[in-house]
Design a protein around this ligand. Sequence first.
Ligand SMILES: Nc1ncnc2c1ncn2[C@@H]1O[C@H](COP(=O)(O)OP(=O)(O)OP(=O)(O)O)[C@@H](O)[C@H]1O
Ligand SMILES: [Mg+2]
Length: 239
Amino acid sequence: MDNYISIKKLSKSFDENKVLDNINLEIKTGQVTSIIGPSGSGKSTLLRCLNKLEKPNQGEIIYNNTNLLDNKVNNKQVLSKIQMVFQSFNLFTNLSVLDNCVIGQTKVLKRDKDEAKTNAIKFLEKVGMKDFINRNVSTLSGGQRQRVAIARTLSMSPEVILFDEPTSALDPEMVKEVLEVIRNIITKEQTFIIVTHEMNFSYEVSDTVIFMDQGKIVEIGDKSILKNPKSERLTRFLN
Ligand SMILES: Nc1ncnc2c1ncn2[C@@H]1O[C@H](COP(=O)(O)OP(=O)(O)OP(=O)(O)O)[C@@H](O)[C@H]1O
Ligand SMILES: [Mg+2]
């Protein structure tokens, strides 16, 4: 059976503020979807609902035939397959690069420590951080931290990788290196959902582009909507 994510009638409010308003969305395995939209449109909240950092008020998130919002779902097991890369890295700054990439594997996935280390080093090499494995994270630049965060995420063998503005906390010269790393890790074996303000990058990597405004999906299509938007709102946003 195909893996997929199916979001049905998803709504989320913070008090009176309706942040997600009846979102319906299907995402196929192996696809790259980017989410764009103005500040406050609900992009992060949508991602956070997908790995249960937020609890929606209504709706369903079906992943591989399981409704993630069902209380019976084994959170740790299901959610380990859906990993997020955050704008602010969310690394343990008091731990080494290697330990940051090992700890989730041993604690959540119950992997043997040596196996976890070997796996972590493989991905640290992939993101160009192998020479830094013993460094304390606090001594790294933002771009280096984000590359470690990406290696940590890959070490967890996720099926779905969520990126929430992975480059927006970085200095311009570091944006390039991190986007290059993301380009290199995209495979058809995993599903990528990327919230980004990098329109050229989005155009380059996306199978599907979603434009959100005020908690709604205003426009969705292939990457061509970035060049030829249909809605007046997306046209205005891109200008
Ligand atoms: N924990 C929270 N409590 C109250 N309101 C929240 C919370 N998280 C988000 N919001 C509100 O929900 C709305 C959508 O926020 P969200 O972070 O999803 O937007 P966004 O599209 O990711 O914006 P940005 O581009 O600035 O990151 C905003 O009005 C925000 O203030
Ligand atoms: Mg956000």
